[in-house]
Design a protein around this ligand. Structure first.
Ligand code: ZN
Length: 138
C-alpha cells in the first residue's frame, strides 16, 4: 500500500492489482465477499473513520458501527460518499454498496438494521481501511 494520492479515473486493473493485496483486489474490484468472522474489522470497536481501501474516500464512521452478529463490519448509516445499485446475482435481490469515488465494491445494505433508518450496511473488511482517531481525542 502506498499513501500517494491516486487518480481513480485513470487506474487500470493492473494498477489496482499492484496496489491492493490479492484479497482486497478480489473483493473490492471483483465484487467478492470475505468469509464471515475472518476480516480485519468485523469485531473492531476502535473509534475512527473507515475509508475506502482503494482510494481513501471516507465511507463510514465507527459511531455507526455495531455488532450485527453476522461476522462482517456492520453500520447503521454511511458517513461518506457511497452509492448503491441493484444486485440480482446469486438468485437474490440485494442492494450493493459501492464507493462513490472509485466504484469499489464494499458490500450490501439490508433493510433490517436496528437504527431509526432501519438500514444494515454489511461491509467487507477488505474494502475498508480504518483511520483510527484513538480513544483519547475529541
Ligand atoms: Zn474508493
Amino acid at each position: 500500500m502506498s499513501d500517494e494520492p491516486i487518480d481513480v479515473e485513470r487506474m487500470n486493473e493492473e494498477e489496482w492489482k499492484a496496489r491492493l493485496t490479492a484479497e482486497q483486489y478480489r473483493i473490492a474490484r471483483q465484487k467478492g465477499t470475505e468469509r464471515a468472522f475472518t476480516g480485519e474489522y468485523w469485531d473492531t470497536k476502535e473509534p475512527g473513520t473507515y475509508r475506502c481501501v482503494c482510494c481513501g474516500n471516507e465511507l463510514f464512521d465507527s459511531d455507526a458501527k455495531y455488532d450485527s452478529g453476522t461476522g462482517w463490519p456492520s453500520f447503521t448509516a454511511a458517513s461518506g460518499d457511497v452509492r448503491t445499485e441493484d444486485d440480482l446475482s446469486l438468485g437474490m435481490r440485494r442492494t450493493e454498496v459501492l464507493c462513490a469515488a472509485c466504484d469499489s465494491h464494499l458490500g450490501h445494505v439490508f433493510p433490517d438494521g436496528p437504527g431509526s433508518d432501519g438500514q444494515r450496511f454489511c461491509i467487507n473488511s477488505a474494502s475498508l481501511q480504518l483511520d483510527s482517531r484513538g480513544p483519547d481525542t475529541e
